[in-house]
Ligand binder design. Structure first.
Ligand code: 5GP
Length: 194
C-alpha cells in the first residue's frame, strides 16, 4: 500500500529495541483518511473470504478494525486488556506478552460477542513476535470460531511473528513489511501493488 509506505518513511521514527514510533498517524494521533484507506485495503484483500466479524485488540487496532468493518459491513469486537469485574465464566481470556511494554497481560472478550462457526478476520496495528495475534487466535478457538486470516498494518519481518503465524497456516496480509530498522534507517520491502 503505497500511501502507507510513504507515510511510514516520512513520519516513522526508530526507537531503541527495534520499535517503530508512528504516533503521529497510527498510535496516538490518527489520520482518518489513511485509516479509511487501510480499512479498504483489508477489505480488498479479504473480500472473498466471507468474513462475519472482525476481532482486534485495544487500543491501536480499533481504528483500523472499524474502518475495515465499515467496508465489510460486519461488527467489530475488540479484546480488552482490563477485564474489569467480569467473571471468567462470562469471558474468553488469553495471556499476551507485550513486546513494547515487556509485561504480560490478560486479554478478555465477552462470550456474547463471539459465536461458534463465525468466520473472523483478526486485525492489529503491528506484528512483531506474534503474541497479540496468537492471543486473539486462542480466544477465537475457545469460542469455536474460524479464522479467515490476520490483517496487519505494519509487520516487522525481522521478528518471528509473521513466520510463526504463516507456519501455522494462518493467512497473514501485511500492508507494509519492514525488513530492517538497523542504522536508524527504515527499510521497507518492495511488493507489487495489487
Ligand atoms: P507482538 O504481539 O506481535 O509481539 O507485538 C504486536 C503488538 O505490540 C502490537 O499490538 C503493537 O501494539 C505493539 N508493537 C510491537 N512492535 C511495535 C513497534 O515497533 N511499534 C509500535 N508502535 N508498536 C509495536
Amino acid at each position: 500500500m503505497e500511501s502507507l509506505k510513504q507515510r511510514v518513511l516520512k513520519d516513522g521514527r526508530i526507537l531503541d529495541g527495534n520499535i517503530l514510533k508512528v504516533d503521529s498517524f497510527i498510535n496516538h494521533q490518527i489520520d482518518p483518511r489513511l485509516a479509511f484507506d487501510i480499512g479498504k485495503e483489508f477489505y480488498n484483500r479479504f473480500k472473498n473470504a466471507e468474513i462475519d466479524k472482525i476481532l482486534t485488540i485495544e487500543t491501536s487496532g480499533i481504528a483500523f478494525a472499524v474502518c475495515a468493518g465499515y467496508h465489510f459491513n460486519v461488527p467489530v469486537v475488540f479484546a480488552k486488556k482490563r477485564a474489569g469485574l467480569n467473571m471468567s465464566s462470562e469471558v474468553y481470556q488469553s495471556k499476551v506478552y507485550s513486546y513494547t511494554k515487556q509485561t504480560c497481560y490478560t486479554i478478555s472478550v465477552s462470550r456474547q460477542f463471539l459465536s461458534p462457526g463465525e468466520n473472523l478476520l483478526i486485525i492489529d496495528d503491528f506484528l512483531a513476535n506474534g503474541q497479540a495475534v496468537s492471543g486473539m487466535i486462542d480466544i477465537a478457538k475457545q469460542a469455536g470460531a474460524k479464522i479467515a486470516g490476520a490483517g496487519i498494518v505494519i509487520e516487522k519481518s525481522f521478528q518471528p511473528g509473521g513466520e510463526i503465524l504463516r507456519s501455522l497456516g494462518i493467512r497473514v496480509e501485511s500492508l507494509v513489511i519492514i525488513d530492517s530498522l538497523k542504522n536508524n534507517k527504515i527499510i521497507i520491502r518492495e511488493a507489487l501493488e495489487k
